[in-house]
Design a protein around this ligand. Structure first.
Ligand code: NAD
Length: 258
């Protein structure tokens, strides 16, 4: 039986990377999917790919840092599909000018926090009442391994934003545990997606990062989608408040294999 049969899922960042792969996988597993992204054309393409494969999807253009947009994306999902069971707050940025505390401009800090942290808060704010009305469900917030480990590659705003996502996820999990709403953080390791590959824009930078990954390779967006599917589905019915690391062993390593 498909793992998300009769479920309605909302996924942010669905135009690319983890969000796109998750939208396709959740739909293949029976969910009706609201694909949300700021980038309209590619997001519409994700929804179209789902429909072409026989699934049900709607494309919603929204900026997750804008309160009115976030309220509207949840309303549009419920009005189209009649419920909300799964919310995957996954949209995020990693700014090329994000560096150490001395060098990073305040505007980069604000932009990053607004999308990566406030965007998740706003999502949860509007999704929780809708999930409650639907009888319960699962929220997944994309944090990162940098919420757990420090790195010498500075990206202070990004790191702080992901720490915020992890902390708010834990608190929400506890507050809503008895309402049949589970809230978990997905903590990916370094992935071969547009977001990281454009940040690590030389082979040298890519190799420098891979030194720390025991598996010796970047993760794939599709591998994150499978982890998100587990957290979204009833297979993870006793899992809440967790920092679900999917990182090729990175966070477990002290020394990696040659
Ligand atoms: P990606 O760049 O491929 O996809 C991110 C998507 O988010 C894009 O489609 C983009 O348009 C969308 N987006 C950005 N700002 C938005 C906004 N304000 N409103 C709505 N949509 C917006 O990146 P990805 O690698 O798939 O990243 C997805 C999530 O995973 C992010 O939160 C990222 O921080 C996190 N993550 C990524 C890595 C990695 O190595 N790629 C590692 C850990 C965590």
């Amino acid at each position: 039986m498909p793992h998300l049969e009769d479920k309605v899922a909302l996924i942010t960042g669905a135009a690319s990377g983890i969000g796109r792969e998750s939208a396709l996988l959740f739909a293949a597993e029976g969910a009706k999917v609201a694909c949300v992204d700021l980038t309209e054309e590619a997001n519409v393409a994700t929804a179209a790919a789902i429909e072409a494969a026989g699934g049900e999807a709607v494309a919603i253009t929204a900026d997750v840092s804008q309160p009115a947009n976030v309220a509207e994306m949840v309303e549009a999902t419920v009005s189209r599909f009649g419920a909300l069971h799964v919310a995957f707050n996954n949209a995020g940025i990693m700014h090329s000018e994000d560096s150490d505390a001395v060098a990073t401009d305040e505007n980069i800090w604000d932009l990053t926090m607004n999308i990566n942290a406030k965007g998740v808060f706003l999502g949860c704010k509007h999704q929780i009442p809708a999930i409650r009305e639907s009888g319960g469900g699962s929220i997944i917030n994309t944090a990162s391994f940098v919420a757990i480990m420090g790195a010498a590659t500075p990206q202070i705003a990004y790191t702080a934003s992901k720490g915020a996502v992890l902390a708010l996820t834990r608190e929400l999990a506890i507050v809503h545990a008895r309402e049949n709403i589970r809230v978990n953080a997905l903590c990916p390791g370094p992935l071969r997606t547009e977001l990281l590959m454009s940040f690590l824009d030389t082979d040298e930078k890519k190799q420098r990062r891979l030194v720390h990954v025991p598996m010796g390779r970047f993760g794939e967006a599709a591998e994150m989608a499978k982890a998100a599917l587990f957290l979204a589905s009833d297979e993870s019915s006793y899992v809440t408040g967790t920092d679900f690391l999917v990182d090729g062993g990175l966070a477990a390593a002290y020394v990696t294999p040659e």
